[in-house]
Design a protein around this ligand. Structure first.
Ligand code: NAD
Length: 480
């Protein structure tokens, strides 16, 4: 039996209103990425647990679909308030299990609370239509909750990702079985606890952990589930879409990205450098909208790359709990290995390593901020999502060339452009194939704005009214 880290909760599953511990179940060791030390043991659901979760979600949906918008709103605003009240402890545990800085986990916590507040209000705006018909006839268009949702959330936003998987379905009147990442379970537990403490009835939200492939196959094969919502890598998303197809499930897929950054020579150089350094450092680059392929226009290329290298290379790395830390470790032992392999490939193909390119120390999963310039198109890093603290740069001359490079890959999640020329800003916004475009900004997530990808980066939206619409089905009722 492992001794839990101080303040870190005893980890549990939540099924049909009951919290269930490790008794008789397999366990997973949750580690602190800053030290590699085990934080606690996480119970993993077995087939009986998943069957119970499905039966509970079925009952929970039948109950919750009849709830009033006010009841849904009360639970969501109550949970938002509890998250803020418990914020210090929740943010600390999120940093302990995921590694990102406390400043980042606090922002995440508030993002999740704001999203719950947004959906509390949005629950009251589920409208239908009455169509114009001859006397004696009636045609109605109504919106109904899609049904029980199987939702899979990754580890990189341990608080906000579970919040995204729960806020909109609960506002819509759905029940949910949430399987967050096993690597960051306390944060997801805190989000579910806030909803339960705010009065969410038993059966509406189950929280399960397990062997990911076992859990997704089991849940998606059940006739109870009506929708699959997944955030994670494109490869796993495609696999889940195939499983979902067997039961003709609605899907929302937030998949991988490979965000191009087009830096025109007329940008505000200092501001652009500040914004991009911070955005790339966020969660050590383990963000689906992280700026990744930097295309820099000829006239400013050399001085921009050199200033970027200086700033990015100077970031202070350390334990995310230390207030002086600007970038934490990578989230798990797989990530530094993956980045090492991409860097080795890039340099072997002629890329110039300007800073970083190595791990730091032998405790935890720290990787030095890395910049590689002059990359050929066939370098793996110019084609595969790195998901780490690596900036890859290349140069461009003309607008058309930049657009061609940016749109070259099958991904289309986020794309960024920096220019002070208004006409160029309008043209680039229209030309980029992406679900989200930032022009002179790097922030992409807002409670009221839809978050989504195109092409191999997925389909369907989360956040905003679009996120609620993705949890509703439309029914026409014609009557004489
Ligand atoms: P991974 O592909 O093994 O897992 C990604 C996520 O999917 C994890 O949360 C995992 O628990 C879940 N998952 C994996 N197999 C599953 C299955 N069969 N059924 C249900 N869920 C399953 O990769 P990883 O090593 O955890 O992360 C690395 C890669 O994942 C990154 O390179 C990045 O591309 C991607 N990723 C993307 C996001 C995002 O926000 N879009 C978040 C995390 C990871």
């Amino acid at each position: 039996m492992i001794e839990r880290a101080e303040g870190y909760p005893s980890l549990k599953l939540h099924i049909d209103g009951e919290w269930l511990g490790a008794e008789g179940r397999r366990v997973f060791e949750v580690r602190d990425p800053a030290t590699g030390q085990v934080l606690a043991e996480l119970p993993l659901a077995n087939a009986d647990d998943l069957d119970r979760a499905l039966a509970a979600a079925d009952r929970g949906f039948k109950l919750w679909r009849k709830s009033t918008p006010e009841e849904r709103a009360r639970v969501l605003t109550g949970a938002a308030r509890l998250l803020r009240e418990r914020g210090d402890q929740i943010a600390r545990n999120a940093t302990l299990e995921e590694g990102k800085t406390l400043a980042e986990t606090r922002i995440e916590l508030h993002g999740c609370a704001d999203l719950f507040d947004f959906y509390a209000a949005e629950a009251k705006r589920i409208y239908g239509r009455v169509l114009v018909r001859p006397d004696g006839e009636q045609s109605l268009v109504v919106k109904e909750p899609v049904g029980p949702v199987a939702a899979f959330a990754p580890w990189n936003f341990p608080i906000h990702n579970p919040g995204r998987k729960l806020g909109a379905p609960i506002a819509a009147g759905c029940s949910v079985i949430l399987k967050p990442a096993e690597e960051a379970p306390a944060s997801a537990m805190a989000v579910v606890t806030a909803l339960v403490d705010a009065g969410l009835p038993a059966g509406v939200c189950q929280l399960v952990f397990g062997v990911p492939d076992e859990v997704s196959r089991h849940l998606l094969a059940s006739p109870v589930i009506r929708k699959c919502s997944f955030t994670g890598s494109t490869i796993v998303g495609k696999h889940l879409m195939k499983l979902a197809a067997d039961n003709a499930l609605r899907t929302t897929m937030e998949l991988g990205g490979h965000a191009p950054v087009i830096v025109f020579d007329d940008c505000n150089v200092e501001r652009t450098l500040d914004m991009l350094t911070l955005a790339k450092a966020r969660n050590a680059g383990q963000v689906c909208v992280s700026p990744t392929r930097f295309y820099i226009q000829d006239a400013i290329h050399d001085r921009f790359v050199s200033a970027l290298t200086e700033r990015f290379g100077a970031l202070r790395l350390g334990n995310g709990l230390d207030p002086a830390t600007q970038m934490g470790p990578m989230a798990n032992a797989r990530r530094p290995d993956a980045i090492d392999a991409l860097v080795a490939d890039a340099t072997a193909r002629g890329g110039r390593l300007l800073t970083g390119g190595e791990r730091i120390g032998n405790e935890g999963y720290f990787y030095r901020p890395t910049v590689i310039s002059d990359l050929p198109l066939d370098a793996r890093i110019m084609n595969e999502e790195p998901f780490g603290p690596v900036i890859a740069t290349a140069r461009f001359s003309t607008f058309d060339e930049a657009v061609e490079q940016a749109n070259r890959l099958p991904f289309g999640l986020a794309a960024y452009a920096f220019t002070e020329n208004g006409r160029q800003a309008n043209r680039i916004g229209a030309a980029l194939e992406a679900g989200m475009v930032g022009i002179n900004v790097t922030r992409m997530a807002y409670a009221d704005a839809p978050f989504q990808g195109v092409k191999h980066s997925g389909h369907g939206s989360e956040d905003g009214p679009e996120g609620l619409a993705a949890c509703l089905v439309t029914k026409s009722i014609h009557q004489q």
